[in-house]
Each structure stands twice: as structure tokens, then as C-alpha cells.
Design a protein around this ligand. Structure first.
Ligand code: UDP
Length: 376
């Protein structure tokens, strides 16, 4: 059996690493882009020395012990804990919604129990059913309408170019709501940034004598050379694999505007969200704040920021987010049925699986797929 992995993102890299190290088989990894790491890719800005996440901020966080154990073989992590701020109506608030946000927004100084009772009253005003049917209902059923309208509604419209009533409730479940002053964006047991950066992590994952990586190589470039009995682990667009024969899946893309500023600190934090509709971008990332331990770079009078603009995906754009509504879920199902006709093709990764996965979920799935479908 020969092994091919299409795409050197996190799912594909873990699959390749497992095949190489656990089965002692050779794997060819082809990657369309000039670099490995998929959307986790990072590189150092030459002028400032700042390590930049080239496809937006990536913070590793997980509560899955097997994932944490696995990934720590290839990198150690800093103790960075992600916090996010958001600008609304000329003021800065803490995200995810927590006791700071609630008290700041309402101009109160409620205790945790008082805040719970107060927000419960706000929620009750809406008279929603027990099962939220969409993102708007999910948000209002957790934080009430005023907070939803301030921090969620317009940001979500910008991000998805859809009404929150037309988006799945699950997207909202990504954000915790807290009645304490804990401002962590994630609630996971383990969090951090790879100490030597994402580029190094991927180099290490794929650094095995059994693994050959070819960048700047698309699946189409090698498709005709793949023997029919080879195993192909495909992490590209599922509809593209089948020539879009059943229709096109919807994705969201992003556009980044990069700026270097000759100041030590541009915005005082890694991520500032922009909640309101009068600003076209959704957030500004300032990457040096991910590595305060890199003291020299951190103290220097240069910083790199990037403004993140949501973008309608068109063929040829990078796909960032699946849009898991009814139509796309059904279409993806239909493509998986096509894929199942060829047992030598496995779809995976955020694109291949059409799932809004975080990095740890992609690793968990890759480890599971390896154990159940690939390992002999
Ligand atoms: N969201 C929002 N306001 C914010 C941040 C997030 O309304 O300030 C909503 C929005 O719908 C977004 C979703 O929560 O798509 C998930 O946010 P998350 O930060 O997890 O998105 P990601 O970092 O994956 O883009």
C-alpha cells in the first residue's frame, strides 16, 4: 500500500506523522501552498522580528488529555491565556461576556448572583422556547437582547454576511458566558502558544525519514500518478474533489490587511474585536502580544498588526469557515456518500470534513481516523 496525504495542515500532518512513525510506511504529503501548516502557518516579520500567524490568530487550547499528550511530543507551550476585548459605541469591553462586560455595559456593580438574576430577567422578556433554533435565539437565551445587539448581532452579520437568525445555534456555543471576572476566552484545561512557533511545530511533525513533503504541489498535479490501490487522505475542498458535480459548498473567506507600526505597543492586547457595523473589519490582531517572553522583540519599537476583513468565498480564495446550514449539511452528506464508494479515499481536516473544528478537534479526529481506518 502507498500513502498520500493531500494538504499539510494540522489533520494531514498528524495523519502523515502517524503513518510514518507507527506503521513505518512511506508517505508523500503534497501541499498546494508554498508552506506547510495550513491556516496555522506562522512566519517571522523581518523588520520587527515578530512571529505572525499568517491566517489569523491561532491559540492552542484543549481539554482532551490524549491530544495534549500527543502534541507535546512535538512542541512545548507557553502559558499564554487568551483574552479578547471588543469595541462597541466608542468603548472597550471584555469578551467573552463576563461579569466585567455586564457591569460595564449596564453601569452596575452586580455580584455574580445578582448578575445571574438580572440577565435571567432580560432573557425572560424575550419569551423564547426551550430549544434555540438559530444563532440569534441561542445568544439571546444566554445573555438577553441588549448584550446580544451590542456585541453579537452586528459582528456576526459582518463575519457571516447573513442574519444571525439564518445561522446555526452551534456557532454561538463556541463562546462561554461567565458570571465571574474570569476573562479567559477559552475554558479548556490546557492553553498556550507553541514556544518556538507554529512553523517549527509543523516542521517537527513532518520531520521523519518516511515523510516526503512537496509544497507548491496541488492534488491535480499528482492525481494521475497515484496508483488506484493507494490510500489518499484528502484535506482539500470535498466538492472540488468531485468536480463540483453535486453543487458547490459554501465557505467563508477572510482578507488580511497588514501594517507595521513604529511603536512598542499598538493596541495593548493580542485581539481587539470591532462589534459595530460602521467598521468593516471584525478584529485587529497584534502578534507580538502572543510572545511577551521574547523580551527583546517585545520591547522593541516596532509591531505588526493585521486587520481581519470577512470575505465572501469564491473559487480560488482560501476557505476558512464552513457554513453548516441545512443546505450545505445535506450537500456535504451527498459528497461523503460519493467518497464512500472509494474506500481508498478518506476526507479529513476542517475542509475535508466540512466542520468548524478548532486545532485540538482536528488532531483528535486525525488520531481516531488513523487508529480506526488506517492502522493495520
Ligand atoms: N462572535 C460575536 N462577537 C464577537 C466574537 C464572536 O458575535 O465579538 C460570534 C460570531 O458569530 C462568531 C462566533 O461568535 O462567528 C464564534 O467566535 P470565535 O471567536 O470562536 O470565532 P473564530 O475565532 O473561530 O473566528
Amino acid at each position: 500500500m502507498q500513502y498520500f496525504v493531500i494538504g499539510a495542515g494540522i489533520w494531514g500532518s498528524v495523519i502523515a506523522e502517524r503513518i510514518a512513525s507507527q506503521m513505518n510506511e512511506k508517505v508523500l504529503v503534497v501541499e498546494r501552498r508554498p508552506h506547510i501548516g495550513g491556516n496555522c502557518h506562522s512566519s517571522i516579520d523581518e523588520k520587527s522580528g515578530v512571529e505572525c500567524h499568517r491566517y489569523g490568530s491561532h491559540i492552542f487550547h484543549t481539554s482532551l488529555p490524549e491530544v495534549w499528550k500527543y502534541i507535546n511530543q512535538f512542541t512545548s507551550f507557553t502559558n499564554y491565556h487568551h483574552t479578547v476585548l471588543t469595541k462597541h459605541a466608542g468603548r472597550v469591553y471584555s469578551l467573552p461576556i463576563n461579569l466585567h462586560t455586564i457591569n460595564d455595559f449596564y453601569g452596575k456593580s452586580l455580584s455574580p448572583d445578582e448578575a445571574k438574576a438580572f440577565i435571567a430577567q432580560e432573557i425572560a422578556k424575550e419569551g423564547l422556547g426551550s430549544e434555540p433554533k438559530n444563532l440569534e435565539e441561542q445568544a439571546i437565551s444566554r445573555i438577553g437582547r441588549p448584550l446580544y445587539e451590542a456585541f453579537i448581532r452586528d459582528y456576526t452579520r459582518k463575519q457571516w454576511e447573513r442574519e444571525p437568525t439564518e445561522l446555526p445555534a452551534a456557532i454561538m456555543k463556541r463562546l462561554p458566558v461567565r458570571f465571574s471576572y474570569n476573562t479567559d476566552y477559552f475554558s479548556d484545561t490546557w492553553q498556550g502558544i507553541p514556544r518556538d512557533g507554529y512553523a517549527q511545530l509543523f516542521k517537527k511533525l513532518l520531520d521523519h525519514p518516511n515523510i516526503t513533503v512537496q509544497t507548491n504541489t496541488a492534488y491535480e498535479d499528482i492525481r494521475d500518478t497515484i496508483p488506484s490501490d493507494a490510500l489518499v487522505c484528502y484535506t482539500g475542498l470535498p466538492d472540488a474533489l468531485f468536480g463540483y458535480s453535486l453543487g458547490e459548498l459554501t465557505w467563508r473567506s477572510l482578507r488580511f490587511e497588514w501594517e507595521t507600526h513604529d511603536v512598542q505597543d499598538f493596541q495593548g492586547t493580542t485581539v481587539m474585536n470591532y462589534a459595530d457595523s460602521d467598521v468593516a473589519f471584525t478584529r485587529i490582531h497584534e502578534f507580538k502580544h502572543y510572545h511577551p517572553e521574547r523580551a527583546k522583540v517585545y520591547a522593541s519599537k516596532a509591531t505588526v498588526i493585521c486587520k481581519e476583513y470577512p470575505k465572501t468565498w469564491q473559487r480560488g480564495d482560501e476557505a476558512y469557515y464552513p457554513v453548516n446550514d441545512e443546505r450545505n449539511t445535506a450537500l456535504y452528506e451527498a459528497y461523503t456518500k460519493l467518497a464512500a464508494k472509494n474506500p481508498n479515499v478518506i476526507l479529513g481536516g476542517r475542509l475535508g470534513a466540512y466542520r468548524y473544528w478548532d486545532m485540538d478537534k482536528a488532531i483528535e479526529n486525525a488520531l481516531h481516523v488513523f487508529e480506526t481506518k488506517i492502522k493495520r
